[in-house]
Design a binder for this molecule. Sequence first.
Ligand code: ADP
Length: 625
Amino acid sequence: MTTMSRRFLHSLPIFLLMLALMSLTGFVAHRLAEQLGLAELQATGLHRLDLYSASLEREIGKYAFLPGTLGLERDVLDLLRQPDGARLAPQVNAYLEQLNERAGTLSIYVIDAKGHVVATSNWRRADSFMGEDLSFRPYFRDAMATGSGRFFGIGTTRGEPGYYLASTLVDDSRTLGVAVIKVSLDQLEKTWSTVEAPAMVSDENGVVILGSVADWKFTTLRPLDDATRSAFDQTLQYNRRALKPLGLQELAELDHGARLVRIARASPEPVSVYPVAGRFLAQSRPLPGTPWTLTVLSHLEQVDDMVQSRTALAVVGAAFIFMLGMMLDERRRHLKAKLAARAALQKAHDELERKVEERTADLSAANQQLQGEVAERTAAERTLRAAQDELVQAGKLAVIGQLATGIAHELNQPLAALRTLSGNAARFLERGDTDTARSNLERIGHLVDRMGNITGQLRAFARKSSGKAQPVALCRAIDNAQALLEQRLRQSRAEVRRHCPLPEPFALCDANRLEQVLVNLIGNALDAMDDVPDPCIELDVTVAGDRVRLSVRDHGPGLADEALAHLFEPFFTTKSAGAGLGLGLTISAGIVRDFGGTLTGANHPEGGAVFTLDIPLADETARHE
Ligand code: ADP
């Protein structure tokens, strides 16, 4: 599965969840916003209703007392009271004309108890009401019956719509007639010029008599039956106007008498500053003192807009909160992972540190052990060195043992000569031959010196040396070795060929031990040439760089294969018991190694064995010391 599809599958439930949450939020927000919007609209509507009805009442109230005040006019009462009252008509007419003008009403007139107009403000006009029978008019009838009448109607004479206010004219509890004031609706409508929403006033028949939309006037809010229509024809209330329906359809009943209504689109479309078709919230209230109803319409479009925008806002907000939540969750998870990683790292670090500590402890233990071992090794080496020193010494003593017979022989001869010379010396002294005695004594002195030399050399050789390296004159060391072996050399009649370069080279070693090595090598050479007719030993010293090489070659049979293989092994010897221990070369090699040199044995191409010493050359300063 690819990473993409895995990620998609992982985020699909989250996406669906978000979608569900958004839908739910949208639904709830829509409902709430709608309710809220309607409530707000209702509140605004109620406020408008209050405002508009107050202004209407004020406007109507202004004229309410006007018809009644006519009853205070003597002329008016006389006109109705006296049989010849008609003569007062011109006077009253003039008065009414004046009053009408001042009050700004449409017309003011007086009707007698039978319903005939006896005086009117419009008496001058050709279509004046004078003499007209208005007994059929409901306001007249109402006034005659109850004392006052109010009526909306369209004038029968001029077809002018107006509001009729009627009041009885009474004289000593006798009804003389009715005073009527007709107020133009335009007057009332003027107050509505500033309304912000469509409003209308409908009369008791459901006919719109006043509307903020001009075209709504004389439309019906509910269907009229034939009986009602024929009644209108009788009273001429609407002066036979068509009375088309407004097209208002009730959708739902709400609280506080509010309704949801729809007004159908009319053609031609009425001219208006606000929408006149569509869904509205209709709120109505009866106008006090009239049979009329004031209705304020609030268009639902603004609520719809608001509901939509609030719903959208809620949905977007929900999505945002959801995503924020997701982000926070992601962040929390990320943080958790980070903390876990850090903890793991810390753990690994601690583990590492613990291991390092462990290893360090191990290491120090190992170090201690190693130190112990080194100490042990040093002690062992010391023991070994001591043993080796002992061995060297033993080797020396062995050589001395070998030399002993020769030396004894060497000393015997001067001792015998000493005895003879000393005996002779005594006799010459007795004879008085002091000269000969002196010469004898001098020879005795020489012999003693020679014997002292021999023993001195032996002592020097036998001495335990320190083994400390110091510059040693090589040729002198060879001299000493030769001197020690003088008797054997003489006995074997071996020729010694020496080659020593000049200036004499100095080797960095111990003189005594070097002599021991040389005595060993020369001794072995002499042993090897026992049966050779012309024994010859070649001693060669050469300098190469910072090394000096000393070779001892004999003209014997050379080294056998077995001897070559085991030459430097202790106790390897081909000699008869008592003649050799097989330690000579072992000790010699050890001595040379101690000076930082090597001892090798080989066969010379022209026959015989050749042993080569390779030791460090002492430097100039050391040599001068
Ligand atoms: P040893 O002289 O007591 O035998 P060495 O260690 O000096 O002990 O010599 C070991 C052996 O090496 C001798 O026994 C001999 O076989 C052989 N060897 C040493 N030097 C020579 C030589 N110059 N020629 C022939 N063989 C030799």
